[in-house]
Every structure is written in C-alpha cells, then in structure tokens.
Design a protein around this ligand. Structure first.
Ligand code: XMP
Length: 472
C-alpha cells in the first residue's frame, strides 16, 4: 500500500539511499505530508502479543475510524507508507516472547509525530501508557474514544464508500497498466475482490472460473450472469466437469477425493494461466480471519489457510489482496456497496471440493444429480420459509447405498437423501437447527416427487462433535 508523496518521493528515496539512521525522520516526514487523496483516517495497531488486537481494531472501526493491525516488527519505512495514520496503538500482551526474547517495536517508531498509545508494554518510550485495557467493553471504548478523537484528532470517515474509493486508488497505483489474474469461484470473498478490481482496473482483470462439475445448481451460471453479463468482466469460463469426474471415477476414499479435486483445480488454473500473456499480478480474496487462523507472529495456527497456493515457481505473481484487513461482515457490506446481488454476498459457506464431498463414496452422475437437485429444493424451501437468513449452513447428502421402498405400487430400490442444517459460530462446534415438521415434510414431499432415483429422506440430528458438519 502506498501513498502519494508527489515530489517528496524523491526525498524519501534519497534518505533511504543514504542509509541515514533516521527512519524516524521518514515517519515524521510522512506523517506531516498533507493533501493526500485518501479518504480515510487510520489508527494503526501494532501487535505486540496481545490476544485482543482484533477486538481493539473492531472497536476503533466501531467509532467510525479505520484501523489496521500490523506485526510488531513492521519496518518504520513500511509503516511510513501507510496512508493517513493519525495514531498508533502499541498493543502489548502475554504472547510477547519469541525465541526466548521479549519483542519490541523498532525504537524509531517511538519518534513518530503522531500520537502513540502503549498498553501493557512497560518498555514503551512514549507519553501515553497504560498497564492494561479496562475490564469492561464500555470503559475500553471510552479509552479508545479519548485517544482516537481527543489525542489523535481523527475524523469519523470510515465507511464502505470511502474504503472502496481508497482501495480503488491503491489498486490502480499498485497495478498500473499491468494485468491481474483471479480465480473466481463465486464464493463471497473472490466475488467481492472481483467486483472491486473491476471497478478499479476494468478489463485489466482476468477472471478464471473453473467449473469442476461439483458446483451447486445454477452456481456457475450466476457467476457468468453477474460478472460477464452485468459487470462486463474479462471472464474465462472453463468447463472442466468431465475431466474432474473422470479423475474421480471409482475413488471412494474421502481424503483421496479431496486431494484429487484440490490438485486438479490447481492444474486447470495453471493451464489457463499459462495460456495468458503479460500477467504480473494474482488477486486473492484473503481476509483478516484467514491471517489470524493461519497464525500471526504472536499467535498460533488454528488451521492452515488454503488459497490458490501451490502454483509452480515459474508462475510467480505479485499479490493483490485488497480485502486483507476486513472482517467477513465488512466484506459482505463491501460487496453490497459494489452492487453484487444479496444471494452472492450472503451465500452460505460451500466447501472447496463442492458437492464432491456430499455425494458420498465413489461419485456417479446419477447420485451427483440427486445431490444437486435435492440441494436446490432445500435452498428454495429454506428461502421461502426465511430460514436462509437464520441457519448457518444447510445442504443435502446422498450416500452410496440403496434401500427398499414402494413407488407407483411397485417395489423400488433407490437412494436416500439426508438433510443437514446446522448453526455454529466458528465451524469448530455446531448444533442442529430444529426445523418445523411442516417445513421438513414439504421438503421431503418435493424431493421424493422431483428428484429421480430417490425413495427416502432423512434428517441428520448429529451435533459437531461427534459428527463433523460435512459427511466426508
Ligand atoms: P467440517 O466438516 O470439518 O466443516 O465440520 C467445517 C466447515 O468447513 C467447510 N469445509 C470446507 N471449506 N474447503 C473449504 O473451503 C474444504 O475443503 C472444506 N471442507 C469443509 C464445511 O462446509 C463447514 O462449513
């Protein structure tokens, strides 16, 4: 992220070249520069081992002022390039020992011209210090309010319009007249990144949508409709359904299925990337929770984060990650502001391997269609009943065994459909939604009438643990 310095650029470059011991001077200069075209003031939070960085950042944003969290060892030079810094919070805490040593920020940061508030960090060389945050949310808000408005004189100009305007400017600056590649799955994050980049650089963005044949009903069509037809994006649609299904033939082990789908996806995307010329950047829908879950310098890994990683070395791109500092609800607000349809922005989570992990065992076209059609009915009926806004995740599963039934006065031997609907906060644990019988009966009736090769419908009552949310 860079800021417009105008002729000061040269001066800064000169100072760096001279390698003067005056990083602090750079900061002073930067923070004195006026006339920036950025719309939002910013409070920077430096992570010095506290567990509440996220809560503090959200609290500052709650006051109407944009805030970003950066690692404790950010260089003064990099810090000086962040736009419109009005104040810095050095957020100390218990996770402040790395490799046996107590961590600190670069000392010259204390020389910054903007106000600094240090919390729980006794070594801090600044005026505004606190031993700890207050114990209640209300008191913490008061401390932040005083610092942000009375000490830093920040303005309440954090809103999605300004965020988008600033990102558009930053993206243009980063990308110039080069091209950017994006794997557009149609999920919330990649869709919002696409819309933001289309606004910033139009046809310089090349979106690749790979249909692996395991998408939900109408999903690829909606990606094409929204991005190609409505937003006039440069979209390459790759129908790789047959290729994926061939690779998955007779593979019943869930882990093998997942690995095949993941590896094949990268291969298809790589093939498309190699066909294109003059691409310098890769856009990714990385958002702040992805960073936290993948582990920060002071916090442990929750789970590894998978993005489009895994591309070969010779396909190295610079990354464009405009949602890097946003939380999920903010990403959704950004999508709405950019004009994306609500169905796309409030879409429930969908696993990367798609319906492949809901068509249990070795995938067959017959059962894959049964999952797709029953899932579409479930989604439609949930939407009619208003449950789509209430329930966190809901889908159907088709196992690879049959049961006996009667249809049209004759014996049938067909597959069951299992309905799953769960609520959760973080997907680590989950409880089932207690759906009204009348709604379940209506869905059952429709599935039995409309979905071929199905003669039985079940409702999964299992919480996580002991079950997981998905069946494979
Ligand atoms: P489980 O089944 O582990 O799922 O309880 C937890 C949540 O993660 C989703 N999920 C995935 N998401 N790639 C994803 O992006 C995957 O491979 C994947 N597997 C599971 C699942 O839908 C649920 O929301």
């Amino acid at each position: 992220m860079q800021k417009k310095f105008g002729s000061l650029d040269l001066l800064l470059g000169f100072l760096v070249k001279l390698n003067l011991e005056c990083y602090n001077l750079l900061i002073k200069i930067n923070l004195l520069v006026g006339g920036t075209s950025m719309k939002q003031d910013m409070i920077v939070i430096l992570d010095l081992g506290s567990t509440n960085n996220t809560a503090i950042a959200r609290a500052v944003r709650g006051l109407g002022v944009y805030s970003e969290i950066h690692p404790h060892d950010i260089s003064p030079e990099k810090l000086s390039q962040l736009p419109n810094i009005k104040g810095i919070i050095i957020n100390g805490g218990n996770n402040n020992i790395i490799d046996g040593e107590k961590i600190d920020v670069n000392q010259s940061i204390y020389e910054a011209r903007c106000p600094i508030l240090a919390v729980d960090h006794e070594q801090a060389l600044c005026k505004n210090k606190r031993e700890s945050w207050p114990t209640t949310e209300e008191e913490t808000k008061k401390v932040l309010k005083d610092f942000v408005f009375k000490t830093c004189h920040a303005e309440t100009n954090w809103n999605m319009k300004n965020f988008i305007a600033d990102q558009v400017e930053l993206i243009k600056k980063q990308v110039g007249d080069k091209k950017v590649l994006l794997a557009l799955s149609g999920g919330v994050d990649s869709s919002v990144v696409a819309a933001l980049l289309i606004k910033a650089i139009g046809k310089q963005l090349v979106c690749v949508h790979v249909n692996h044949g395991l998408m939900r009903k109408g999903e690829s069509e909606s990606v094409i409709e929204v991005f190609k037809n409505q937003m006039d994006a440069n979209l390459i649609y790759v129908d790789a359904s047959e290729r994926f299904l061939r690779k998955l033939e007779n593979i019943s082990d869930p882990e093998k299925k997942r690995k095949i789908i993941g590896a094949e996806f990268i291969r298809v995307f790589e093939e498309e990337a190699r066909k294109l010329e003059g691409i310098d950047f890769l856009a990714q829908g990385t958002i702040y929770p992805d960073i936290v879950e993948s582990g920060t310098k002071t916090a442990k890994i929750v789970k590894s984060h998978h993005n489009v990683g895994g591309l070969p070395e010779d396909l190295k791109f610079d990354l464009v990650e405009p949602l890097y500092h946003l939380f999920k609800d903010e990403v959704r607000a950004c999508g709405i502001e950019l004009g994306l349809p609500e169905t796309m922005v409030y879409r429930q989570p969908f696993p990367g391997p798609g319906l492949g992990v809901r068509c249990l065992g070795a995938i067959t076209t017959e059962r894959l269609e049964a999952v797709r059609e029953s899932d579409a009915i479930l989604r439609e009926e949930f939407s009619h009943a208003g449950l789509d806004k209430k329930v966190w995740q809901y889908f159907t599963v088709v196992p690879d065994f049959k049961s006996v039934g009667v249809k049209n006065n004759a014996r049938s031997f067909e597959y069951p459909v299992i309905i799953r609907a769960i609520n959760t906060i973080d997907a680590m644990t989950a409880s089932i939604e207690q759906i009204d019988w009348s709604i379940l009966l209506k869905i059952t009736d429709r599935i039995l009438k409309e979905v071929p090769n199905v003669n039985r419908v079940c409702y999964d009552l299992s919480p996580k643990p002991s079950a997981t949310i998905e069946w494979e």
